[in-house]
Design a protein around this ligand. Structure first.
Ligand SMILES: [Fe+2]
Length: 358
């Protein structure tokens, strides 16, 4: 009897070990397993909603330089926040990386990030592209530009975001749905610049000018402008650069029919958002996490964001190694702190909803 009991205990222990092993450490397929420090291996567990192929080379280079293995879990920004929350004190997450400052703000509000102090980050990341308390830091910039059909629109006709609400654009404008955070952050920035009443008027004007109800992502808007469905669209700069730099001639031909216009150059500058990162609240490998973030603002990593994913670096003076982006790089950007997009998000959504921006 006694012997049999020990036998069962052994089986149960082994099963528990397998289950624990399978549920606490992230791997590329997104299945969590335990942090791999038990055998002395140095790791950093990365929860990412960035979905760009070139990011893998950033992680590989970091591992090569430091010996720290990057374990990757990929999901949508909101899903990862929920996951870190539900994992609680035992979460294996070391860093959270996402697109749009609005999503970083949500992560901060959900208390899944911790503030860190880093002289390297304070020195390299401009103040308006990071949380004043150090919960998150911008890694790359994306401008929300006006994409226009070069056959039907002259750049002289374009000026500001505000002007897109003018009746002269009636039936000529397209933009993706209001449930997309890029548009919510843009409206948040307009709230900060112009106040509630003017923003509500602006959003109403934008909706009245739609050539069709919102559908598709930013690339779909650019394609539709090239096809003559509309004359102007709002899109993030890297979608345009991605088409222009594509190895597919069909995609390059789309980019040849349209161009990017950077609005508000004579006043506050073009709305710029970030892809960014923060250290998870209960990071088991906090020092590795900070080292990883500091690597991502090194010149070598910053050029990968520009060359590989057509985003603008956050660090000044980095060679873009991307001729298409270089043509536009000198634009004036709105230096409103990116945290404001998050703070204004709820109000922006209400306004878009009231105005019927689907
Ligand atoms: Fe995107």
């Amino acid at each position: 009897m006694r012997r049999q009991k020990y036998w069962w205990t052994g089986i149960v222990t082994a099963l528990v070990a397998i289950v624990v092993g399978c549920t606490t450490q992230p791997n590329p397929s997104g299945t969590p397993t335990s942090p791999a420090t038990d055998n002395g291996e140095q790791v950093v567990n990365l929860y990412s909603s960035r979905h760009y192929d070139t990011d893998r080379s950033l992680y590989d280079n970091f591992t090569e330089q430091t010996g720290i293995t990057v374990n990757l879990v990929e999901a949508k920004g909101d899903e990862l926040i929920e996951r870190i929350k539900s994992e609680g004190a035992n979460s294996p997450a070391d860093v959270y990386i996402t697109v749009d400052a609005g999503m970083l703000w949500r992560a901060q509000e959900a208390e899944v990030l911790q503030p860190i102090a880093s002289e390297v980050l304070d020195d390299k990341v401009p103040e308006y592209l990071r949380d004043p308390e150090g919960h998150w830091f911008g890694l790359s910039k994306r401008a929300r530009v006006i994409v226009y059909n070069t056959e039907t629109v002259s750049p002289d006709e374009l000026s500001t975001y505000e002007d897109l609400a003018d009746p002269k654009w009636q039936g000529r404008l397209i933009v993706r749905s209001s449930n997309n955070i890029y548009n919510q952050s843009l409206v948040g920035s307009i709230l900060a610049a112009n106040g509630e009443e003017a923003t509500e008027e602006w959003v109403k004007g934008i909706v009245e000018n739609f050539a069709r109800p919102p559908e598709g992502n930013d690339t779909a808007q650019i394609r539709a402008v090239a096809d003559g469905v509309a004359d102007v669209a709002l899109a993030n700069s890297y979608y345009m650069a991605r088409l222009a730099n594509s190895s597919d001639p069909e995609e390059r031909s789309i980019a040849e029919k349209v161009d990017m216009f950077f609005p508000n150059q004579d006043d506050r500058g073009t709305h710029v958002n970030i892809s960014g990162i923060g250290v998870a609240a209960n990071a088991p490998h906090r020092e590795n996490a900070i080292q990883f973030i500091e690597y991502l603002v090194s010149p070598e990593a910053q050029v990968i964001f520009a060359k590989g994913n057509n985003e603008f670096p956050v660090v000044d003076g980095v060679d873009l190694d991307n001729p298409y982006l270089e043509k536009y790089a000198a634009f004036k950007e709105d230096t409103l702190n990116a945290a404001v997009f998050g703070k204004n998000n709820a109000e922006a959504l209400k306004i878009m909803d009231r105005a019927g921006w689907k």
